[in-house]
Design a protein around this ligand. Structure first.
Ligand code: PPE
Length: 308
């Protein structure tokens, strides 16, 4: 999806014009992928723009930095404030938010500790990640021939820039094969994540999702979905899944900040039972959107109002 430029980007604590948010070509992170980032969304509510689960995203940002031994020159409160400021400065009620910390300009060679750490926060309007049609009728998925990064290769619990080269290989393979999205297995053959989403299936009214130990990102949407599903009275089990579990599921869906809650219609050309958006998926999807838009009282704890 092409970017729609907005007014301002937060760079190292200052709001600068979108077109001035530039870095040097010899920035360490550009060469070696030495950065960590977040993907966050703001939704329009009756009380104005609300950043969904802001504190949880900021916490994960700092966990990723800790794993990669990047000392961030800002506090969690400053990053949370920076996110709100950037949304407000651009006058957007509904948008995607990308906080990024990367090793900057000044040193080459692998040792990242010698390079400075720069932090930016950008926002832009981002519609349905896997398409409006996908949100409504489900997407077609391919199990990738690329395995997802293992715990002892690139820790999958950190949201690190370089990690996404692995996701990009899977995404390109899926797209070139005529599919909408990839699902990656781990080196032992168990299901992990989509290129940028967590995976759920439904069988006999029970939801299943792989455990984090399989090598999934600790998704914040995944956590929201688990809470919503339980509140709706469904059982949720974290269980290792193999590809045939996907083929034979009644329903399936992705969860992610960008992808939101997006039904899976087919995996490797096998239609899931629902062959579209299943009823439980639809119920969870609708509840998720209503929660993010501040329409459900018990999920008010997930809202971070920009103007308050
Ligand atoms: N797994 C992976 C590999 C992943 O990248 C994401 C988010 C998730 C699961 C879901 O996590 P959460 O957003 O906390 O529910 N992927 C981000 C980047 C997408 C992109 O194309 O860029 C996102 O959704 O913001």
């Amino acid at each position: 999806m092409p970017l729609t430029p907005v007014e301002k980007i937060w760079m190292d604590g200052e709001l600068v014009a979108w077109e001035d948010a530039k870095i040097h070509v010899l920035s360490h992170g550009l060469h070696y992928g030495t950065g960590i980032f977040e993907g966050v969304r703001a939704y329009e509510t009756k009380r104005g723009a609300s950043v969904f689960r802001l504190d949880d995203h900021v916490r994960r940002f700092f966990r990723s930095a800790h794993i990669h031994q990047m000392e961030l020159p800002f506090s969690p409160e400053e990053i949370a404030q920076g996110i709100k400021e950037t949304v407000a400065a651009n006058g957007l009620a509904t948008c995607y938010i990308r906080p990024l910390a990367f090793r900057g300009y000044g040193e080459m060679g692998l040792n990242p500790l010698l390079a400075p750490v720069n932090v930016s926060i950008a926002v832009w309007p981002w519609g349905a990640y896997l398409g409006e049609e996908g949100l409504e009728n489900g997407v077609r998925v391919k199990v990738s021939s690329w395995k997802r990064n293992d715990h002892n290769m690139l820790p999958p619990s950190a949201k690190a820039s370089g990690q996404y080269v692995n996701s990009a290989l899977a995404k390109v393979e899926a797209i070139k094969g005529g599919y909408d999205e990839a699902v990656m297995l781990n080196i032992h053959g168990y299901v992990t994540d989509g290129s940028g989403e967590n995976v759920f299936i439904v069988r006999d009214g029970v939801l299943y999702t792989p455990p984090l130990s399989a090598g999934c990102l600790d998704g914040i949407t995944r956590d929201s979905v688990i809470a919503i599903a339980k509140d709706l009275g469904y059982e949720v089990r974290e269980k290792e899944l193999v590809r045939a579990d996907l083929y034979t599921a009644d329903e399936g869906f992705f969860s992610g900040t960008a992808a939101e809650v997006c039904p899976i219609r087919e995996v490797d050309d096998r239609a899931l039972g629902a062959n579209g958006r299943g009823p439980i998926t639809k119920e969870i999807q609708q509840t998720f959107f209503a929660a993010a838009r501040g329409e459900i009282d018990k999920y008010q704890r997930w809202l971070g109002f920009v103007n308050e």
